[in-house]
Design a protein around this ligand. Structure first.
Ligand code: ATP
Ligand code: MG
Length: 561
């Protein structure tokens, strides 16, 4: 396979180097820090996806490379959307990806009391005020990129009145949306985020951690930088859409008695072709039952990728290959598949399975007889050993490996053609049996007993080697083939995301047959089905009928189609 396509990282650093690591190194060299402190700050309102993996690898990776530490901090400032299920899933997925926050597990809600005190501090300094303007009007008064905002009539409120109203907001005297606390910065600022941004809103909602203690909650902007400062975070790394928030991040830290001075740095988020990486949309797919759940193998969630059979090493490798850039771009999914194949090629043992069986009868092989043949478990790893596979008079081969009237370049089975059956013998197709509709239901063949193991002593060559299973000894299975969840590389760009769903994203092959050793596969086990791809035993497996997910095909056939 050719090397994977490069993503738009113009800096084209060697793997493991990026502009943020350059900044961290420069800070260490200049003595501004001794070791870096980073954080990964998910909002627990959904499961983590592969975009988050980029942020996790960057933050935890920097901490590891420079002997610092990385905090896991739940950004839990919106109790109406956040759930314990998501908190548990996020912790599980970060660990699965191979990272450990040790004792550094935090929640923005741990700081609600401190944040509240700091809000009062701003009020006392004349730098925050309570605004009674209804939400819709507030929004309209912010202005646009070309027009300045309009000052609220409540902007001139005195400190005492502001303190009193803010305390009464906290005490629960007012309904949702009745008032907000705003920073008093500059309604004419070019940066809209500096036009007196909202710091606190009234929300009578129970919080998963603080229960009923609060009915006002800080905004993301008021919680984030201050949480970083409390935790002594040195490098607060986030995606580019927060670049415009940085002046506010800095303004707040400059105007509060913050215990440390973190800096914010922005990098380009991961976008993947044919994939949606937005928790809001992924939540909708789950809620509308367009997929079977957050761990549906078609989902770009870490839970979905795990169930599909993607190893965490492949995700880390993919993230390091795409690099960290300052400009947004979209990565080809072929690049992700490349990393998955690279890892599974090394780790997955080989097995034989026939997805769409066609019976093959060897006329000169005695009826009732069978034998055991040796099959190697891994061609590049002798230590993986070998196993026995049964061979008999009646076998199954893949339907697509036979053509009655083949075109010139078709070298697999057809009448009169001899091929090798992997680990077994040469067989020649003599005739076919058809049903009433004319479809081929059986191949009648002869074998050459002198080719046992797959080689002819007379040096005779065949052009194809096919996989197969013994009909009576094989076990039935369901195989789930996954195709991209969306039909266009930029799902939703036409305005309706759901209209771009791929109706063929899941293909269930219920009549597949597996070599008998696969009866012992446990959910999560990944093997290579020879000539077909990598497949992972699914949790839906029953002892009598295993279910396997195709993790990835051996080659990139979808792009060609
Ligand atoms: P979404 O847009 O999917 O809802 P989010 O940014 O709201 O994501 P958070 O839980 O706030 O989700 O994200 C936690 C961290 O992960 C943030 O620092 C965010 O910048 C980062 N992150 C989210 N999506 C991506 C992505 N596609 N690529 C890289 N980093 C991401
Ligand atoms: Mg966010």
């Amino acid at each position: 396979m050719s090397s994977p396509p490069l993503n738009g990282n113009k800096a084209a650093k060697e793997p493991g180097r990026d502009f943020i690591r350059d900044i961290v190194e420069a800070d260490i060299k200049a003595g501004r820090i001794t070791t870096p402190v980073t954080r990964f700050p998910p909002e627990p309102n959904g499961y983590l996806h592969i975009g988050h993996a980029k942020s996790i690898c960057l933050n935890f990776g920097i901490a590891k490379d420079y002997s610092g530490r990385c905090h896991l901090r739940f950004d839990d400032t919106n109790p109406t959307k956040e759930e314990q299920e998501y908190i548990d899933a996020i912790e599980r997925d970060v660990r699965w990806l191979g990272f450990d926050w040790g004792p550094y597990l935090f929640h923005a809600s741990d700081y609600f009391a401190q944040l509240y005190d700091w809000a009062e501090h701003l009020i006392r300094q004349g730098k925050a005020y309570v605004d009674d303007t209804p939400a819709a009007e507030l929004q309209a008064a912010r202005g646009t990129l070309t027009e300045p905002g309009r000052e609220s009539r409540w902007r001139g409120r005195g400190v005492e009145e502001n303190l009193d109203l803010f305390r009464r907001m906290r005490a629960g005297e007012f309904p949702n949306g009745a008032r907000v606390l705003r920073a008093k910065i500059d309604m004419a600022a070019g940066n809209i985020n500096l036009r007196d941004p909202v710091l606190y809103r009234i929300l009578h909602a129970e919080h998963p951690r603080t229960g009923k203690a609060w009915c006002i909650y800080p905004t993301y902007d008021f919680a984030h930088g201050q949480s970083d400062a409390i935790e002594s975070v040195t490098h607060s790394i986030c995606t580019l859409e927060f670049e415009d928030h940085r002046p506010l991040y800095d303004w707040l830290l400059d105007n509060l008695p913050a215990p440390s001075r973190p800096r914010q740095y922005e990098f380009a988020r991961l976008n993947l072709g044919y994939t949606v990486l937005s928790k809001r949309f992924l939540t909708e797919l789950v809620a509308q039952k367009r997929v079977k759940g957050w761990d549906d193998p078609r989902m770009p969630s870490l839970a979905g990728l795990r169930r599909r059979g993607v190893p965490p090493e492949a995700i880390r490798d993919f993230v390091s290959r795409i690099g960290v850039a300052k400009a947004n771009s979209t990565v080809d999914i072929a690049m992700f598949d490349f990393s998955v194949r690279e890892h599974l090629n090394k780790s997955a043992e080989r097995r034989m399975a026939v997805l769409r069986p066609l019976k093959l009868v060897i006329e000169n092989y005695p009826e009732g007889q069978s034998e055991e043949l040796d099959a190697v478990n891994h061609p590049d790893n002798p230590a993986a050993g070998s196993r026995k596979i049964p061979f008999a008079r009646e076998l199954y081969v893949e339907q697509e490996d036979f053509m009655e009237n083949p075109p010139k370049k078709f070298f697999r089975l057809s009448p009169g053609i001899e091929v090798r059956l992997r680990y077994a013998y040469f067989v020649t197709c003599k005739s076919v049996v058809k049903d009433a509709s004319g479809a081929v239901t059986e191949l009648r063949c002869v074998y050459d007993p002198a080719t046992k193991g797959g080689n002819a002593h007379d040096g005779r060559k065949v052009k194809a080697t096919l996989h197969w299973v013994a009909a009576a000894q094989s076990i039935p299975a369901e195989i789930r083939i996954y195709n991209p969840l969306f039909t266009r590389p930029d799902p939703g760009a036409g305005g309706d995301l759901m209209a771009d769903l791929n109706p063929q994203s899941l293909e269930a092959l219920t009549g597949a047959r597996l070599e008998p050793s696969l009866a012992k596969a446990k959910p999560g086990d990944v093997v290579q089905f020879e000539r077909l791809g990598y497949f992972c035993a699914d949790a839906d497996s029953k002892h009598s009928k295993p279910v396997f997910n195709r993790t990835v095909a051996l080659r990139d056939s979808y792009a060609k189609a």
